[in-house]
Design a protein around this ligand. Sequence first.
Ligand SMILES: Nc1ncnc2c1ncn2[C@@H]1O[C@H](COP(=O)(O)OP(=O)(O)OP(=O)(O)O)[C@@H](O)[C@H]1O
Length: 303
Amino acid sequence: MHTVEFQSVSKSFSEKSIVKDISFSMRRGEIFGLLGPNGAGKTTLIRLLLDIIRPDTGEINVFGKLLNPTAKNRIGYLPEERGLYRKTELLDMLVYLAQLKGMPKKQAHLNAESLLKSLDFYQYKNKKVEELSKGMQQQIQFLSAIIHDPELIILDEPFSGLDPVNTKIVKTKILDLRAAGKTVILSTHMMEQAQTLCNRILMLNKGRRVLYGTVEEIRREHGRNSLIVELAEKEDLNAIREISGIKKITESGKLIEIFPEMGINAQILLEELVRRTNILRFEQSLPSLNDIFIETLESALNE
Ligand SMILES: Nc1ncnc2c1ncn2[C@@H]1O[C@H](COP(=O)(O)OP(=O)(O)OP(=O)(O)O)[C@@H](O)[C@H]1O
């Protein structure tokens, strides 16, 4: 069973098509990246998923069924526009939010205490939200999205406004959620975070699906099919030049990058290299998600 499944979903506002025939599915226990430039339709897609707006056509299933009020209590949402009860004390607010999602008060209390402790915020439990720094408020907002122990957690730009230390803390929390079998949707413009955290991604551009798959698959598909090799001895470079099927070799210090000719598999080339030279290290050169993001948008511009 998929945690979330969109089948040919489309949505227009005032006859302007915003989400165009989108299909994808999400598995339990994965971090799913929702990527795309400003205005691509990511928030609209999240609103569709949360049943805040309805699709014009297509079907959305959550936890294997059409979205219903019980399912909504199993979802946690950190919206892009933040909003907390500023005059309320931390612990009380978290308990209240969990109860709103159907959790009994006693359990809500236990959860709130445990989460506050996990971020080392327990000492602030009786502070009002407005007395906290912006970064702390941001983290409290994150906690308020998971206070009721949801199975599906939607995080819209969870790192915005956080310094590197707090970014790391939130990142660790997201990984903990995945380890606990939760499904996490991460909508972000921070490609580095998406690359390291996400199992799979969906990238939208102008409401259309332009990339979809595992990060690994997508990086390989967009790979340059080149090899980066560290040689024990520089003289080996001459031996490499004698290998047929190599289009180009570039050098950068101890590392060389070898570009095979069209139709030549990098793996076969590697076997030849190992036979003829003393290789200390090799890796297949893969583009970053950031490079792929830019390349995909640029090629869409030229269409
Ligand atoms: N309720 C609405 N009525 C009319 N147009 C809307 C509505 N909601 C969204 N849009 C339009 O849909 C498009 C996609 O917006 P959306 O907020 O989904 O993009 P996004 O990918 O989340 O962007 P960002 O990264 O900037 O947050 C935008 O052009 C926006 O103006």
